[in-house]
Design a protein around this ligand. Structure first.
Ligand code: F6R
Length: 366
């Protein structure tokens, strides 16, 4: 079943082009998006939504954090994202004109299910779940649904479920933008084209695997690692740190790079590798000055730039370039080298990649 791959995680990382192509298959060659993608009542339920509340756990939560940048930045919809286990026990202010979005690979995560029940008990009945398992408990509980077609995910560390969730969340963003008159027909056609290009774009990023494998040797002996990103790439830094923690047991943390000087900079020395997610976006110049602060403290930098980022390599600054610049979708592309990095560091360290200690694939208990 593993074919040419050594582990399910590696196989699933490499299945991402197909998973995305399947998830986006219904777009066909259309130049405009059908709101019905999320269920027959999509337009009716979304048209007067005032805000979006995303609840999820772990990697799915990170997908929600990326979506917040898209929903607010592209569609102009206020959006909050909460860890499900916190939301369900918090006294919060509810608004019936909220769209509650649950994200889950398995659709069986107890905390996410309970958070949805909690939101409904507060009178929020506009519910959408984005889930990878059509017959799961979560899917049954929602008014609207979108099934990602990543296929079965067996490795405990979630990979292809995450990128397909992001594709679904980007579609949701475009639907909101359209309903709110913020999407011209030309831009809409171009956005759909960008989505259709994703499988090819992901394939090109996967081709970086040998170079990432070389980097992984440097990390295998470390105790800690720091991941930095800004804007929509901060959640990608969080996801990179989670992947590394889960399967290599190296302590990793992620920060939005502007926060460095407010504390974590104190940790940086020559033994703390710093991984930066650095595509060419509006915050790149700011990120570069944050990175200089790291270099000045002797921290070794590993930078994932893209074709357009002005980011020269130098002493202690290793730069790997993703082959294209992907605009808003760069978050989806930039997670891939971080998945591969965690995987290859785990191989060097000899950990059980597909079944990391203390973790279960589906967390059906509180
Ligand atoms: C991380 C991971 C977990 C899950 C989390 C939610 O690699 O797999 O953090 O993302 O347990 O699971 P789902 O998405 O099934 O609700």
């Amino acid at each position: 079943e593993l074919g040419q791959y050594r582990h399910y995680m590696q196989k699933e990382i490499f299945e991402q082009p197909v998973a995305l192509a399947n998830t986006l298959e219904m777009l066909g060659t259309a130049r405009s998006i059908q709101p019905g993608l999320f269920g027959a009542k999509t337009e009716e339920l979304l048209s007067d939504v005032r805000q979006v509340l995303i609840v999820a756990c772990g990697t799915s939560y990170h997908a929600g954090l990326v979506a917040r940048y898209w929903l607010e930045g592209i569609a102009g919809v206020p959006c909050n994202v909460e860890v499900a286990s916190e939301y369900r026990y918090r006294d919060s202010v509810s608004d019936p004109q909220t769209l509650v979005v649950t994200l889950s690979q398995s659709g069986e995560t107890a905390d996410t299910l309970a958070a949805l029940q909690h939101a409904k008990s507060l009178g929020m009945t506009r519910t959408l779940c984005i889930c990878n398992v059509p017959e799961s408990s979560l899917v049954r509980e929602n008014a609207l649904r979108f099934i990602t077609r990543a296929g079965p995910e067996i490795g405990v560390a979630s990979t292809k479920a995450f990128t397909t969730q992001l594709a679904a969340l980007y579609l949701l963003t475009l639907i909101f933008a359209k309903l709110r008159g913020r999407l011209s027909p030309e831009v809409e056609a171009a956005e759909l084209q960008a989505l259709r290009h994703l499988p090819v774009a992901v394939g090109k990023v996967l081709a970086l695997e040998p170079a990432i494998q070389t980097w992984s040797e440097d990390f295998a002996m470390k105790q800690d690692a720091l991941f930095l990103g800004r804007g929509r790439h901060y959640p990608i830094a969080l996801e990179g740190a989670l992947k590394l923690k889960e399967i290599t047991y190296i302590h990793a943390e992620a920060y939005p790079a502007g926060e460095l000087k407010h504390g974590p900079l104190a940790l940086v020395d020559k033994d703390m590798p710093v991984i930066a997610v650095a595509p060419n976006d509006a915050l790149l110049e700011k990120l570069k000055s944050n990175l200089q602060e790291v270099r000045a403290r002797g921290g070794e930098l590993y930078v994932f730039a893209d074709a357009d980022s002005e980011m020269p390599a130098s002493e202690g600054v290793h730069v790997m370039r993703l082959p294209e610049h992907y605009g808003q979708l760069s978050a989806l592309l930039h997670v891939i080298p971080l998945q591969l990095l965690a995987y290859h560091v785990a191989l060097v360290r000899g950990t059980d990649v597909d079944k990391p200690r203390n973790l279960a694939k589906s967390v059906t208990v509180e």
